[in-house]
Design a protein around this ligand. Structure first.
Ligand code: MTE
Ligand code: MO
Length: 406
């Protein structure tokens, strides 16, 4: 027998190396092939790569946009020391959070359409052909689970329903990395298939055409967008039938996130003994009348809730930087605000240097020409440009000068 040549030796070596990963596993009993696992369970010709790749392209774009705007939201809410957050443009957070929630909602029809299109692959038989195939399927499972989790928790947060015990922003943030990482992995593994599928131009022959299906999915995306985006885009607010809050409904023409009653401040907010304490090198206290006697500024600024609604108000009050100057704060000092609220996640907030020195940042006493309603944070509340709603502290009782940027 002749000695095997180098090519043959290489092939034999490759086969031996591959075998543990790609060796066929024993097939499961045929009796399990029921329901979606039975042969021919998915007859539609639209369960094909050309449709899946086209929907995938839209879905990927929506997820990527949602991810980037989600990072912006995360960093504005918990600014890391290496990232100074600018206070302009005033509408920056409103735009990015509006896009975050709108693209998140758009993924609902897209994700359903994508899952439907690839369903024969999700119910493939045999479920696991080899170890390698199993690993590939596991990564798909992580992708689908993380994507569904992100979309579901985001939606439930929009309607302020928290049927879980974890801290939503943190879990939503970490799983966003899992989702985006598994999407990138998926796209790079499937790159050749995707490229070929996007080249495929001939439509499916029978039943609903690919073009018809894609048009229907596009129409579903447009519909959910138009029925929700009015929560932040004022001209469309009459159409915001699916949005839990409309930007023009609420006391003084503005929605309320947490009411004075829920925050247990109704009595304190009306107490004539109220004094705003300002702590710094030269501490002082002001009654509401004292605050009203100081120079007042009027600004037009939006409140942008992370939950997706936003609304512009006309605010009037005292510039935060004037209060800090009077307390002897160093130029550019940051501040910490404390609410009358006895407990709650948003009882305090830090105003960084950029926002504290901005001439638009007010301790507001009035909204839309009237004294602040209790639900909007009377006697005084923070309103600052380009700042998430959760940090626009209501019912402020104390302002502390911070020596260093935290
Ligand atoms: N003290 C305090 N301030 C707060 C909150 C809170 O729960 N407690 N909620 C914040 C949130 S999440 C938002 S969106 C805005 C909403 O302001 P509004 O209720 O006046 O519209 O207030 C912010 N200020
Ligand atoms: Mo909010």
């Amino acid at each position: 027998m002749p000695r095997p040549g180098p090519a043959t030796r290489g092939r034999a070596y490759g086969a031996r190396m591959r075998s543990p990963l790609t060796r066929p596993l024993p097939a499961p009993p045929e009796a399990l092939r029921r329901g979606p696992l039975r042969p021919g369970a998915f007859p539609s010709p639209l369960h094909e790569a050309a449709t899946a790749a086209r929907i995938g392209r839209w879905l990927g774009t929506a997820f990527a946009t949602c991810f980037v705007t989600g990072l912006i939201s995360h960093y504005l809410q918990q600014p890391p020391s290496w990232l100074p957050v600018p206070s302009r443009p005033v509408w920056g957070y409103r735009l990015s959070q509006g896009i975050h929630v709108a693209t998140g909602i758009a993924t609902v029809p897209l994700l359903l359409a994508k899952l439907w299109t690839v369903s024969p692959r999700l119910w493939a038989w045999p479920p696991v052909r080899s170890v390698l195939h199993g690993l590939e399927r596991l990564s798909t499972l992580v992708l689908v689970a993380a994507a569904l989790f992100e979309v579901a928790t985001g939606l439930v947060n929009v309607v302020q329903w928290y049927p879980w015990s974890f801290y939503f922003p943190r879990v939503h943030y970490y799983l966003a990395w899992v989702a985006i990482g598994s999407i990138l992995l998926h796209v790079s593994v499937k790159a050749p298939v995707i490229a070929a599928a996007l080249h495929e131009r001939t439509d499916t022959g029978e039943g609903l055409s690919r073009r018809g299906f894609l048009t229907a999915v596009g129409a579903a995306v447009a519909t959910v967008t138009v029925l929700t985006v009015g929560q932040t885009l004022r001209p469309l607010s009459p159409l915001a039938l699916l949005a839990p809050r409309r930007p023009d409904i609420g006391p003084q023409g503005l929605p309320v996130n947490r009411t004075a009653e829920a925050a247990q401040v109704t009595v304190l907010a009306r107490d004539p003994a109220y004094r705003l304490q300002v702590a710094g090198p030269r501490p002082y206290a002001l009654s509401l009348a004292d605050l009203r006697a100081l120079p007042q500024q009027e600004v037009e600024l939006p409140i942008t809730c992370v939950e997706g609604w936003s609304a512009t108000g006309r605010w009037r009050g005292v510039r935060l930087r004037d209060l800090l100057d009077r307390a002897g704060a160093a130029p550019g000092a940051a501040a910490r605000l404390v609410s009358l609220e006895p407990a709650g996640l948003y009882r305090t907030s830090v105003v960084d240097s950029a926002h504290a020195t901005d001439e638009l940042t007010l301790l507001a006493l009035e909204l839309n020409g009237e004294p602040l309603a209790a639900d909007h944070g009377s006697p005084a509340r923070l309103i600052a440009p380009n700042r998430p709603g959760v940090l626009q502290t209501k019912w402020v009782r104390r302002v502390e000068v911070l020596a260093e940027e935290p």
